[in-house]
Write a new protein. Structure first.
Ligand SMILES: Nc1ncnc2c1ncn2[C@@H]1O[C@H](COP(=O)(O)OP(=O)(O)OP(=O)(O)O)[C@@H](O)[C@H]1O
Length: 848
């Protein structure tokens, strides 16, 4: 039986089990039976009427439970567990070891023996000692069931009234027994992990895009982090939180929260896990939030947090503007958590659906998931039961999201899916009308064409008409008088002038940045703030660019962009690089092009399936030295640590796009580079665009024109030595793309022909198609050649490229900056080569 949160998850797990073929099932059953016989383990789990109708997985009785929640699962009077084969085998081996002469500790000091001296007694679930369950290798899709835990020697007892209790030997929690066995009392840790899991589970539960690879990785990480925690715990403990905070945190714990968490107060003294948070004192946050911030190692608020949090806590509507990577998510996340903590607990007798506290809208799916993750980190780190956070984005199951929404405290989503779910979900509309916070992140983007329609619909339904208010019951109406009005919080690093022009029905060059006053007027019109004058807080009026960002520009012929891209990637091998392009086809082409050159490139664009999108971001985040080739879908908000270099392969179309793309590096206190690759004829326009971003006043615009963007000096003679390999890699990439394109065109035409009831022959169609002359003929000829390339020819090209890549690039002995006269690109890729081979790439970026 599997219990996740309050729900029986039996069917999902069964589904995973069905991925195993019949022979494997039998083998597992046999191995399990053998292991059980070895152990003398008795019985199979008896299932309830509901669950017995479906085939049952062999891993049994694993529970995911959260402290403080009632568990509605049904159990039989005397349920006992069967062990998963791997665990059973492990235990059998352990027992053999213990049975060997001299292999076991002296009988008196053995935990097992000591435990025998204790009788079983009723225990809370969070007192029990849970163990990780290794999952079978063949289970491809766990549907959220990674990180399962199980427990030994626990009796599940149901009394005559149907009440279920758990009985175990007291040794499960007795510190002295654990000490005898060389173990430590980790009750507090278990609680903390389960609490953390709560919000995370809400998100991953609805996350169809998780691959089994990802799950395995996550499972490994969880185990690793648990081990790490254990090691840390063994270190001598020191007090590092500000003393007042520790005192008040402990006070808050004992007075307001469950006893099961009291162990965390002791852990709060661990130096490695907590930092001094006295710098947050002025914001007058609760002990719970401070404790969480301490654990996140956020020792002080960022300027946007210091400026906006008090205003939001005072109940104001706020428009917050601050440079990229300056902590805007926590600027609204912390007040939302504070409000959540101050809410009275819902009486258990109250069975009505609750309204979410906050709705956070984001322009992209990746950003929505990231916001949810950041909030989960904030809300699951402290000594309290955090809010339930639900992500509502496209690419995930609508039904699941609707189901989770019924219990959500904080909802994060993209406008399209949010609108779909809210407007069609039963009763969700009225719940959302009662939210206390509407957060519009990356507001200028969300209010642009393409997004605004759905955003406007959401804003409209959130407006509660008088008639609708009257429909509330009397009791609700009385309560309503005391409920503070909804606050609207708007954040971005930029505000976009084109929007304002559109509003006034004027044409303007989009991409210009708005003045403070213009931003206010625009937003007040678009978002119906409750306050007449929301607080406009701009902590970086002079610039929206991160202070430690350095910018540069490379001029090259349009046809040589690929070559320079490769050169730049080589020069920055081992660094995390994010390449921006303006089109999806370019991302599709550049990714295999770089991969052909042995560079670890990953794609990201909006036409990829959600699963692949999330995987690309995850892999890019996990692997230092990887390269993400993306459209502007990655430009806003993504917070990937240690991105060292942004390359604008295509020039950004607008000033704000440049700001946001470049803002993926140099986040927080980190440094970073942003390099534009442009053709000579594009250079002047690019400089104008950059000057606009940096100018504080109109007068400065002209004088600063050349100041902010430096031309990077790359030795063209050396770059040209890389050309042969680039030509081959490009040809191969073009071939693959052209073949794929041909296939999809063929499929489309074949389907159309079928609909019309005619035969489709691609060659005849090509020959007879009209308008096949004139512009684009050369490109089409190339495409045709590429599609006609045989497999053998492709293989020959690959072999040639491999051969080329395995040799050093001969740059001639006379080049003064080279010691050997040849460049070992492979060594360079491993971060060992001569990094100067590109010539005088003196970017003045030494500190990056
Ligand atoms: N007080 C703090 N101290 C240290 N780090 C912080 C603090 N607040 C937030 N951070 C971290 O700073 C990073 C950037 O934060 P965040 O993503 O919220 O930036 P942002 O201003 O929203 O950026 P963007 O404009 O690009 O969306 C995150 O990794 C976040 O965890």
């Amino acid at each position: 039986m599997f219990v996740q949160g309050n729900e029986l998850k039996y069917q999902e797990m069964t589904h995973g089990y069905e991925n195993i073929n019949q022979t494997e099932k039998k083998n597992i059953r046999d191995r399990e039976a053998d292991a059980k016989r070895d152990l003398g383990a008795p019985v199979e789990v008896e299932e309830t009427a509901r669950s017995s109708s479906v085939p049952r997985p062999n891993i049994s009785f694993a529970l995911h439970l959260y402290p403080g929640e009632s568990n509605k699962h049904k159990v039989h009077d005397t349920m006992k567990r069967a062990l998963p084969p791997k665990v059973a085998a492990m235990k059998a081996r352990k027992r053999q070891k213990l049975d060997k002469p001299g292999g076991a500790p002296p009988a008196k000091t053995s935990a097992k023996t000591a435990a025998k001296t204790y009788k079983k007694r009723p225990m809370r679930l969070d007192e029990l000692q849970w163990n990780d369950v290794p999952m079978p290798d063949r289970l491809d899709d766990f549907h959220g069931f990674f990180g399962l835990e199980e427990i030994d020697d626990v009796e599940v007892v149901k009394d005559a009234t149907g009440k279920v209790t758990f009985e175990a030997k007291a040794s499960h929690t007795e510190p002295e027994v654990n000490a005898l066995a060389g173990k430590e009392d980790n009750t507090g840790e278990v609680d903390a992990i389960e609490t953390n899991g709560k919000a995370a589970m809400d998100e991953s539960d609805g996350w169809e895009g998780f691959s089994s690879d990802d799950q395995e990785k996550e499972g490994e990480e969880q185990v690793a982090s648990k081990k790490e925690k254990k090691q840390k715990k063994q270190k001598p403990k020191k007090q590092t939180l500000a003393k007042d905070d520790v005192d008040s945190a402990s006070g808050a714990l004992s007075s307001t929260k469950q006893g099961a968490f009291a162990a965390l107060a002791d852990e709060a003294l661990d130096e490695d896990e907590f930092v001094d948070v006295s710098a947050w004192t002025d914001l007058q946050l609760s002990a719970e939030t401070l404790s969480s911030l301490s654990k996140l190692k956020f020792s002080q608020p960022t300027p946007i947090q210091s400026a906006t949090i008090p205003e939001i806590l005072a109940g104001h509507d706020v428009i917050g503007k601050a440079s990229t990577g300056s902590g805007k998510t926590m600027a609204f996340g912390i007040p939302i958590l504070e409000t959540f903590l101050a809410l009275p607990p819902k009486p258990s007798s109250d069975k009505s659906k609750k309204s979410p506290l906050a709705l956070i809208v984001s322009p992209t799916r990746e950003l929505a998931h990231q916001i949810a993750t950041h909030l989960t980190n904030l809300c699951s780190n402290g000594p309290f039961n955090g809010p339930s956070i639900v992500t509502v984005t496209g690419g995930l199951s609508v039904q699941k999201q609707r189901r989770l929404l019924a219990n959500a405290d904080i909802v994060v989503g993209t406008p399209g899916r949010l609108w779909e779910v809210i407007s069609t979900g039963h009763g969700l509309l009225s719940l959302f009308k009662q939210i206390r916070f509407l957060v519009v992140d990356e507001a200028d983007r969300l209010l642009t064409e393409g997004h605004y329609k759905e955003m406007e619909e959401i804003i409209n339904v959130l407006e509660q008409s008088d008639e609708e208010s009257a429909e509330l019951s009397d009791a609700d109406a009385v309560e309503d008088q005391n409920v503070p009005k909804r606050q609207t919080l708007v954040f971005s690093a930029t505000f976009h002038k084109g929007l304002q022009a559109k509003l006034a029905n004027k044409k303007s060059r989009s991409g210009d940045l708005l003045s403070q006053e213009e931003s206010m007027q625009y937003l007040v019109k678009k978002l119906r703030f409750r306050e007449e004058k929301p607080k406009f807080i701009d902590v970086n009026p002079s610039s929206q660019m991160a202070s430690k960002l350095k910018e540069g520009l490379i001029e090259c012929a349009g046809t040589e962009k690929d070559l320079y891209l490769y050169a730049l990637a080589l020069f920055n091998a081992k660094k995390r690089i994010l390449i921006f392009s303006n089109s999806i086809p370019a991302v599709r082409r550049l990714t295999p092009f770089l991969q052909n050159l042995n560079l670890p490139a990953l794609p990201l664009h909006s036409q990829m399936p959600q699963k692949a999108r999330l995987r690309s971001v995850e892999r890019f985040t996990a692997q230092p030295g990887s390269i993400l080739v993306a459209t502007d879908v990655a430009a806003r908000g993504l917070d990937i640590p240690n991105v060292n270099l942004i390359i604008h392969y295509h020039l950004p179309r607008t000033a704000d796009s440049y700001v946001h793309r470049s803002g993926r590096t140099a986040r927080g206190q980190a440094s970073g580079l942003s390099i534009l690759i442009c053709a000579p004829e594009e250079a002047a326009g690019t400089r104008r665009l950059i000057a606009k971003v940096h100018a504080r006043s109109k007068a400065e615009k002209k004088s600063k024109m050349d100041y902010f963007i430096r031309s990077l000096d790359i030795d063209r003679r050396i770059v040209s030595k890389l050309k042969p390999r680039v030509v081959l890699a490009k040809k191969l990439a073009d071939t693959v793309i052209a073949k794929e394109k041909k296939h999809s065109e063929d499929d489309w035409l074949r389907a159309a022909a079928e609909d019309l009831g005619v035969d489709y022959d691609s060659e005849t169609f090509e020959a007879e198609a009209p308008g096949r002359k004139g512009r684009g003929t050369g490109r089409r000829k190339k495409e045709r050649e590429a599609t006609e390339m045989s497999k053998g020819e492709q293989q020959a090209l690959r072999a040639e490229l491999r051969e080329m890549l395995s040799h050093r690039v001969n740059v001639g002995v006379s080049e003064k900056y080279l010691t050997s006269g040849a460049v070992d690109v492979n060594a360079l890729l491993q971060g060992e080569g001569n990094g100067e081979f590109l010539g005088t790439v003196d970017l003045g970026f030494d500190d990056v």
